[in-house]
Write a protein that binds this ligand. Structure first.
Ligand code: TRP
Length: 341
């Protein structure tokens, strides 16, 4: 029997947990936009609000606001709701419906081995929600309810994607079908990992108590320039080759950020700036960052002032999504033996 061929389709998701940084932009959103614009793929991008309540319940207004803010961030970053299908997870009910089937495919042992479950549940797993334990099965459903073939994610999500492949393979095997694709992870490279501006050994994080450590996508031009000028560096000039950055995490971070924003390589940045002192380089980086990021923050603010526009975009996104997900869920139920009327 020949292998079925699946439409090349990208799916990725992000939690509406409030606050977006340069790290989210360069590490995820910008790569999603590149895949959208490259052609050759259908692209589906999702705010995962159902996942956002697994660790703890949120204030309902906070969750709604975070979801709209994330949607505004996606659009401002270049995700075009005409080119991509842009959705909020709970508005496409087939995600949760397929997740139930996958809860019955995945084994307790598989789930218990997930490092993110172990980290997040901590010592008191008894007090963690059942939803936190089942998180990766819902994530598998997010992906497979579109028959997505490629999933761009950070390194920390690799294990969840392996589980997604295991769930697809077990479903196909147990029912003797070749229905779900075995999805390819597209793992984020180290080059796009944005580090903390005051400590280059830590990831840039929206939850760090100090705002100086990060650039928020809502920062205006002044704030962006100021944070870059005040970023920690060392007294040495920029080296000639990237190897010279190995033991200089803060210096390396700024060079990497420059390269990512300019869409070039760290070596090309050094070719242009080697020998310069960081005081000087930071001015060039501040100009570049303001040029690329200030329009994003302006557009985000405009959209946030128009929640009705955001809600209309998500309503339309859900309709388009369901043209794909309803038939796939119907077929799944049929394979499993659920009566269809
Ligand atoms: N778990 C992912 C994260 O925290 C978010 C996510 C949910 C996701 N469903 C997904 C990512 C499906 C990719 C595909 O980053």
């Amino acid at each position: 029997m020949s292998e079925p061929t699946f439409t090349p389709r990208v799916f990725s998701g992000m939690q509406p947990s409030g606050g977006l940084t340069l790290g989210n932009y360069l590490g995820a959103m910008k790569r999603w936009v590149d895949m959208q614009d490259a052609g050759g793929f259908e692209t589906v991008y999702c705010m995962v609000d159902l996942h956002a309540i697994t660790a703890k319940l949120l204030d309902p207004d906070v969750l709604r606001n975070n979801t709209r803010e994330l949607c505004a961030g996606f659009i401002a970053a270049g995700i075009d709701p005409e080119k991509s299908i842009l959705i909020n997870q709970s508005q496409v009910p087939e995600h949760a419906q397929l997740a139930w089937i996958f809860n019955c495919i995945a084994r307790m042992g598989w789930m218990g081995r997930m490092t993110q479950w172990k980290d997040k549940a901590g010592k008191n797993a008894e007090a963690a929600s059942l939803g936190l334990f089942a998180y990766p099965a819902l994530m598998a459903a997010d992906i497979l309810v579109y028959h997505a073939t490629h999933v761009p994610v950070g390194e920390d999500q690799k294990q969840h994607l392996e589980l997604t492949r295991d769930i697809a393979a077990k479903f196909n095997h147990d029912y003797g079908v070749e229905f779900f694709p075995i999805t390819e992870p597209v793992i984020e490279g180290v080059a796009t990992r944005v580090m903390n501006l005051q400590d280059g050994t830590k990831k840039m994080s929206k939850s760090d108590p100090s705002d100086k450590t990060r650039i928020n996508l809502t920062d205006d031009a002044d704030a962006i320039a100021k944070k870059i000028r005040k970023a920690k560096t060392d007294p040495d000039p920029l080296p000639e080759v990237v190897g010279g950055l190995e033991t200089r995490p803060e210096a390396r971070n700024l060079v990497n950020i420059y390269a990512a924003l300019a869409e070039t390589t760290p070596q090309a940045v050094l070719d242009a700036h080697s020998g310069a002192m960081f005081g000087h380089f930071k001015m060039a980086l501040a100009d570049l960052a303001v040029e690329k990021l200030a329009p994003i923050s302006t557009e985000m603010k405009r959209l946030m002032n128009d929640p009705a526009e955001i809600d209309a975009i998500l309503g339309r996104g859900a309709e388009r999504a369901r043209e794909i997900t309803v038939p796939i869920l119907e077929r799944t139920y049929d394979i499993v033996g659920m009566l269809r009327s």
